[in-house]
Design a binder for this molecule. Structure first.
Ligand code: FO1
Length: 312
């Protein structure tokens, strides 16, 4: 019986790690957002894919949230001396990932490169980009239309977000691996990881056919709320929800996903909100994933919740 997880960067990677710890390797597919991807210094960067890959390989930098543990920064320091662009920091070892991916993309798909990197790093679960097409999130803000990493890293999410756009998405296709996981006859649950609903999950939902496939699901679809006590665990989710006029809470997250959700796991802190959340079944638990034990525990609770929903 297989599980499909939809993930962005850090929050997605943490739950994916927990799921990977409790599901047999061939039975977990992690479909990862590629809306954050961009070309920088002539290199193709896929931040969320790398965060998920490094995390499942046990190589991720836990404190920073992105990049590799024990990284060195000689390249970026040397680039700075030469007057190069250093607002997006590429570590020395991480650089190898971007250089090798960029080379291989001349003749291979992102799916193929991602699968091979994962295998070489000892990962036995499937990590699939949601599309092999150039999905690129653009952020309409009070400072104009910004490419995602300009908004997120260069301007540190300071501009006010009015709208997200995904130019050309109507002509794009979900990757073969993502489509196959959605259609898998052995699928038992679809889990939306506690990633930013707008920046990480909306690009995935915007791909043609994905919303329809999720709406026509035969298995429970659950999400873990990334909002705890009115705050995002990490990143700008709360700020963006406020700017878009949404309720900054797990109830707002439930409202955003609407009829897609069969179940929502919310944090103990938000227990009092449960009666206010119309629609999905609610599971209350400790959703903070501080270490490997927490990640495994949250994953276990999510799958047990899916099981309860299936039986009801
Ligand atoms: N995030 C930052 O805040 N600053 C950086 O300099 C930075 C560099 C970076 C390099 C490679 C990579 O894979 C990710 C990197 N990130 C950086 C993280 C990343 O861009 C964002 O956290 C995600 O796109 C949001 O999920």
């Amino acid at each position: 019986m297989s599980v499909l997880a939809l993930a962005g960067g850090v929050g997605g990677a943490k739950l994916a790690e927990g799921l990977a710890a409790i599901i047999p390797p061939g039975e977990l597919t992690v479909a990862v957002n590629t809306g954050d991807d961009f070309e920088h210094l002539g290199l193709r960067i896929s931040p969320d894919i790398d965060t998920v890959t490094y995390t499942l390989a046990g190589l991720n930098n836990q404190e920073q949230g992105w990049g590799l543990e024990g990284e060195t920064w000689n390249f970026i320091a040397a680039l700075e001396r030469l007057g190069g662009e250093t607002w997006f920091r590429l570590g020395d070892r991480d650089l190898a990932t971007h250089i090798e991916r960029t080379q291989r993309l001349k003749s291979e798909t992102l799916s193929a490169v991602t699968a091979d990197f994962a295998k070489r790093l000892g990962i036995r679960q499937a990590i699939v980009p949601v599309t092999d097409d150039p999905l690129r999130t653009m952020v309409q803000t009070d400072q104009g239309l910004l490419a995602f990493q300009d908004y997120f890293v260069r301007l540190r999410c300071a501009p006010r977000v009015d709208r997200l756009e995904f130019p050309g998405v109507e002509a794009m296709k979900p990757s073969a691996g993502f489509a196959a996981a959605l259609a898998d006859a052995n699928l038992r649950a679809i889990v939306i990881c506690p990633s930013n609903p707008f920046l990480s999950i909306l690009p995935i939902l915007s791909l043609p056919g994905i919303r329809d496939a999720l709406e026509g699901r035969r298995v429970p679809l659950l999400a873990v709320s990334p909002i705890i006590g009115g705050q995002a665990v990490k990143g700008p989710a709360a700020k963006i929800m406020q700017e878009l006029g949404l309720n900054v809470s797990s109830a707002g997250v439930a409202g955003f996903y609407g009829a897609l959700l069969d179940g929502l796991m919310i944090d103990e802190t938000d227990r009092a909100l449960a009666p206010e959340i119309a629609g999905p079944a609610i599971h209350v638990g400790d959703t903070m994933m501080r270490d490997a034990g927490d990640r495994r525990r949250v994953a276990t609770e999510v799958l047990a919740f899916a099981e309860r929903i299936s039986r009801s």
